[in-house]
Structures are given as C-alpha cells and as structure tokens.
Design a protein around this ligand. Structure first.
Ligand code: SIN
Length: 432
C-alpha cells in the first residue's frame, strides 16, 4: 500500500489542551501537524468539569504545594510541583487573553471554587464545563494558525527513529493510519506525544473509549522509559447507571460546594473532602458492606444559586437520567478517571529518546505523585506543554545557529583555501 509522506518541523499527536497549547506556543515559522485519533472533540480535556487550579497569591504557595503533595502521598517530583504552581497565574492570564471565560464575582474578580483535599478555594471555573470552555477556545486559536494543520481520524501507529550527526538514536517523526486505512509518514524534527490517558482500557471510566494509552505503548516498544504505570486514579463520584458506555462524572466541586455522600440508611459515612483515593476507598467499602452497586450523593446543602448557575450541565444530565438534584439524592459510584503514570519526562517534557517529547496525561513528570489533586490536570497539561514548546524552540534556535556558524566557517575556509590556492599559484609563477 502506498504511503503519503508529510514533512513538518513538529508533529503533535493529540488535540487535548496539552497538544493544542504546545502548538500555540511554537514559533509561527515552524510547520506543525497535529493529529486527533478520532474527532477533535473526543479528548478528555473536553470533559473536565471542576476547573483549573491557580496560585491565588504568594501566601497561597505553601498550602497549594502541600495540598498537591499530600494528595500525591508525598511521591511527587518537587521540582515539577514548584514549576506548575509558579506558572499557574501567567497561564490563567494567557487563557483569559485568548478569550476563555471563567466565573466572576459581582465585582468582576475571578471566582474560586473548592474541591477535595484543597485547604482553600483556588480553582477557577466555567460553569461545570471548564475543560470544554478552555479546549474549545484553544482549538479555535490553533485552527487560526497559518503554520498548523489538524488531521482528524488519524491514528499514530508508530514513531520513526533515525540517528543524529553524532550517531545517537533520535526520534524523526511518526507513522499513522487514516480512517480509510491509508498510511501516513510524518517526518519531523520534534515529535510530541499528547495522546491522553488509559480509560478506554477500563470497563467503567469517565474517559473517552478511544483513549487507550497509545503513546505509552509506542514509547515502550522503542525502549523509551515509562514510570509509575500502576498510578491510576479512581474518581469517587460518577452517576450510577446500568447503561453501558462512558461514566458521567459528577464533579468533585459539587462536594466542594457542600454535596454530601449518604449510605442506604441516609447517613453520612465519610469526610467528602479528603483526597480522591481516600473517598473512593470509603465508598467502595460502604458499597461492599451494603452489597450495593452505588451510594447516594445529596445536594441538599448546596446553595440553590450554585445548582442553577454552576452545576447546570450536571443538573441536566441527571434530569435526563430521571433524577432531580434539587429534590433528591442521586446514585453515584467510583470509576477510573485519570492516569498519573506514563512516559517519563524531564522538566522540559523530554523523554529518554532525544527529539521525542510527551505532555499531558500520557506523560509522567511526577507532578501528581501517586494520586492527583483535583483540578491540577488541565494546569499541568498546559504548563508542561508550554515547556515542551519552549525547549523545541531553543533546540531549533541552537541547531539553526550551529548550522549558520558551520556554513560561515565553511565559507571562510573556502575563502582561506582559495587564497592559499592563489598564493600557491603566485609562488609557482614567481610572482611573490
Ligand atoms: C472533577 O470535576 O471532579 C474532575 C476534575 C478533575 O479531574 O480534576
């Protein structure tokens, strides 16, 4: 079968926030190709409900750091946590400049919500569809780039390897397949894997089924280092249903705003604002004790105003399933939600194979430790995608400068050699 070949400077596999933001942070002079395995809408960034964390002020630094570490069982990479927290405010400012809307107070300031294991409200949000708001805007920005092309329904099947000038193995792009089974080879100086999580491998997950850990599989086949592959997060609350398909998330910000968990007898059985793994454990034990497939989540303590304006889409989805969150508890059950492990990367999102980068849920930069703190995922994806773009740009600049210096040196040596030739001729002719 024939193979279409595309030459690019950077190929980005995945169109979630990490892939999109990487593209937006690259210089316009670079030709960028982005791939979506199915349609661009089918990425988990679109599904993120709760919000995105931000450092509220310098006084918040220590508690933000400590909350992230405590949720992560102190197995986080400290350098990564520091980078993420310090970059959070400029990232939010940039999103706002790009037109992303976040909830505001009556005086026009950013409004902050709270989720489990946060010692204070530091999460900015847009209704209960923050991920969709951010991803849609970033996608529109990428579509407007003159240097970027988005290929949908195009699935990466492999990466390409080659050798650099020193003979070391490097990544040289990817191989992909389109929806009709056509083969595509994309040659690129830098490759970024932003292929998302692994929820598609689970029976009950909040993730899109197409997210099956492709980046990790391909990386492993090329001997690229993976890390913490057993760090999988189970979200405490998804809407219980007997219908097959993706589990519908009931945002942790609902508990952050006062929703409580109840057992079959209508009694509370845990502190709902502990880290996710702890709350999921309480629920699973309660279900086992009651031999039940779910527990209940009650919104009776959540302000009506919040239900009407903040949790609009959760309210609609529950109504479609026959539950009225204004008047009755809903059945909830834990489900796979997030993957903290993945392709090992350094603080510039570089993998152990030169010219191969990874960002977002598919990579492990250690920021989340063993268990991610709520609403750190969009932030982490954006911060470390930007760092990947910066590194690609620096490498490119260094390579271009080296090439220019080499060309100048070659020209100089030709000139010097030429002068020598002239000198030799002159000597031979006895002219000098
Ligand atoms: C949620 O709203 O509970 C999910 C957001 C996240 O995964 O941090």
């Amino acid at each position: 079968m024939s193979c279409k070949v595309i030459d690019a400077d950077v190929v980005i596999v995945g169109c979630g926030v990490a892939g999109l933001y990487c593209a937006l942070n690259l210089p316009r002079a670079l030709k960028v190709v982005l791939l979506a395995k199915t349609t661009v809408d089918e990425c988990d960034s679109m599904l993120a409900q709760g919000g995105i964390c931000v450092l509220r002020d310098e006084d918040d630094y220590e508690s933000f750091f400590e909350d992230t570490l405590r949720a992560g069982h102190y197995e986080n990479r400290l350098e990564s946590v520091d980078m993420m927290i310090r970059a959070s405010r400029p990232i939010i400012d940039d999103l706002v400049k790009r037109g992303v809307r976040f909830a505001r107070t009556a005086s026009g300031e950013l409004d902050y919500t709270r989720e489990g294991a946060h010692s204070r409200p530091r999460i900015v949000y847009h209704e209960d569809i923050t991920g969709e708001e951010i991803t849609t805007h970033l996608l529109a920005c990428v579509r407007g780039l003159p240097n970027a092309t988005v290929l949908e329904n195009t699935c990466m099947t492999d990466i390409l390897e080659g050798f650099d000038a020193a003979g070391a193995r490097v990544c040289r792009g990817i191989v992909a397949e389109d929806a009709a089974g056509g083969r595509l080879q994309i040659n690129a100086d830098a490759t970024v894997l932003a292929t998302g999580g692994v929820g598609g491998l689970y029976k009950h997950s909040t993730n899109y089924p197409c997210l099956t850990g492709d980046g990790c599989r391909v990386a492993a086949e090329h001997g690229v280092l993976l890390e913490n592959m057993d760090f999988v997060q189970i979200h405490p609350t998804t809407l219980w249903t007997e219908k097959p398909g993706r589990s519908f998330l009931i945002s942790e910000s609902a508990r952050g705003e006062g929703a409580i968990l109840l057992n079959a007898a209508g009694e509370r059985f845990c502190d709902e604002l502990q880290p996710r793994d702890v709350v999921s454990g309480h629920i699973l034990r309660q279900m086992e004790a009651e031999d039940s497939s779910y527990v209940w989540l009650s919104f009776e303590r959540v302000a009506r105003e919040e239900l009407e304006h903040h949790f609009i889409h959760i309210c609609e989805q529950c109504r479609a399933e026959g539950y009225d969150i204004f008047t009755e508890p809903i059945p909830v059950v834990p489900a796979q939600h997030y993957f903290m492990g993945g392709i090992h990367v350094d603080s510039d999102s570089q993998t152990t194979l030169p010219h191969l980068f990874a960002a977002g849920e598919t990579c492990c930069n250690g920021v989340h430790g063993r268990n991610r703190l709520a609403s750190n995922s969009l932030l982490e994806g954006l911060v470390f995608a930007q760092r990947a773009a910066d590194k690609i740009m620096r490498d490119r600049f260094a390579a271009d400068t080296a090439a220019r210096l080499a060309a100048a040196a070659a020209a100089r040596s030709r000139f010097v050699a030429g002068s020598r030739d002239v000198t030799d001729v002159a000597l031979q002719c006895g002219a000098i």
